[in-house]
Design a protein around this ligand. Structure first.
Ligand code: PLP
Length: 365
């Protein structure tokens, strides 16, 4: 069986052990005589699966009891609406716009109240994280319900290396593309959310970790659908309706894999090693250049370009011919992007680096 080197941005590579275990259990889950796909979400066997997934996630992240974990549907995109519908109690929140998804989140929030842009790097083509001083200053006033950031910008390949200090205002972060790639100090946030399809599992599961005191009874706006009310979902144990049973089961397996591989500290060390290999090569190159400014570079999505779109296309084609998939940049920005999530091995990255060197030697100026 030949598997490609998969650098897709999401859905993305999953650990082979997870796929193998799921395949082995597909027809008969641990002697139940049926697949997890066929099992009632109210059954004892499934209860164990979802409870185990949550317990493992709590262990690897270090989530205190004062936070609730929700497994929802609708992707991070639905959270762009759920966050203001639950947290915009006085009708005003602050947004840092550092790329496409934080812009979408800000525009969505405008439907429910005033979503003030506190800082943006749009003028720099989102090649860096904006200066956070105005955010921290604005956080000192007490009229914001929360401050929203997108911690890793999947499309531009930038990430926050420091969080804004906003002690009195809950920090809300879209962590979709950096979740589980490094330790997460959950107590610095009021809420984080992530679409699972990068580092945590398959598409179709959205993980929300929310501080208990932000979910008072009846706290959501009247327009909030029952499904999106965090309090209701927390009280129902993410089972208000039929959850994505198979997706949550796979997430649980990914969490176990992360734990067995050494947890988030080990994930971060590996991700930094993979990223350093690619950025080092890009910084020495005369054919490629990195897109993100050095101080804002992501360790999850490495964006780069050649000098012309024609060379970019030739690179993407050449990579595919060598079993290297998913390196075409997002359609909004072009160029190339290598997503080096947890399940992408150092060997995968070495294969990409070797092809980059070969391409470089053919096109060196
Ligand atoms: N936020 C970030 C940082 C993302 O990378 C993505 C998707 O790639 C989204 C939000 C949108 O996620 P979803 O497709 O799960 O709605």
């Amino acid at each position: 069986m030949a598997r490609v080197h998969n650098f897709s941005a999401g859905p993305a590579a999953l650990p082979e052990r997870v796929l193998q275990e799921a395949a082995a259990e597909l027809m008969d889950y641990q002697g139940c005589g049926m697949s997890v796909l066929e099992m009632s979400h109210r059954s004892a066997a499934y209860r164990e699966i979802i409870d185990d997934a949550e317990a493992t996630l709590r262990r690897i992240v270090g989530i205190p009891d004062s936070y609730r974990v929700l497994f929802l549907q609708g992707g991070a995109t639905l959270q762009f609406a759920a966050v203001p519908m639950n947290l915009m109690r006085t009708g005003r929140a602050g947004y840092v716009v550092s790329g496409v998804f934080s812009g979408k989140a800000q525009r969505e929030a405008e439907r429910y109240g005033r979503a003030e842009v506190l800082a943006t790097s749009e003028a720099e083509g989102f090649t860096r994280i904006p200066d956070l001083a105005p955010v921290e200053e604005r956080a000192q006033a007490d009229d914001l319900d929360y401050i929203h950031i997108c911690q890793n910008n999947t499309i531009y390949g930038t990430m926050y290396h420091e969080l804004p200090r906003c002690l009195d205002v809950p920090l809300v972060a879209d962590v979709s593309s950096c979740f589980l790639s490094m330790p997460l100090d959950i107590e610095r946030y009021g809420l984080v959310y992530a679409g699972a399809q990068k580092n945590a599992g398959p598409a179709g599961v959205t993980i929300v970790i929310v501080r208990e005191d932000l979910m008072g009874a009846g706290a959501a706006l009247p327009c909030c659908p029952t499904y999106l009310d965090y309090r209701t979902q927390a009280d129902a144990g993410s089972m208000l309706n039929t959850p994505n049973t198979f997706g949550i089961y796979l997430c649980g397996k990914v969490f176990r894999w992360v734990e067995d591989e050494g947890g988030l500290v080990a994930m971060e060390a590996r991700n930094r090693e993979k990223a350093a290999l690619l950025y080092g090569l890009l910084d020495r190159s005369t054919v490629f250049h990195a897109v993100a400014e050095p101080a804002s570079r992501s360790i999850a999505n490495v964006t780069f370009r050649c000098s012309t779109p024609e060379l970019d296309a030739e690179f993407v084609e050449g990579a595919r011919a060598r079993g290297i998939e998913g390196v075409r940049g997002h359609r909004a920005v072009g160029g190339m992007r290598a997503s080096i999530y947890n399940a992408v091995s150092l060997d995968d990255v070495r294969a990409l680096a070797a092809f980059m060197e070969e391409f470089e030697s053919r096109h060196r100026i």
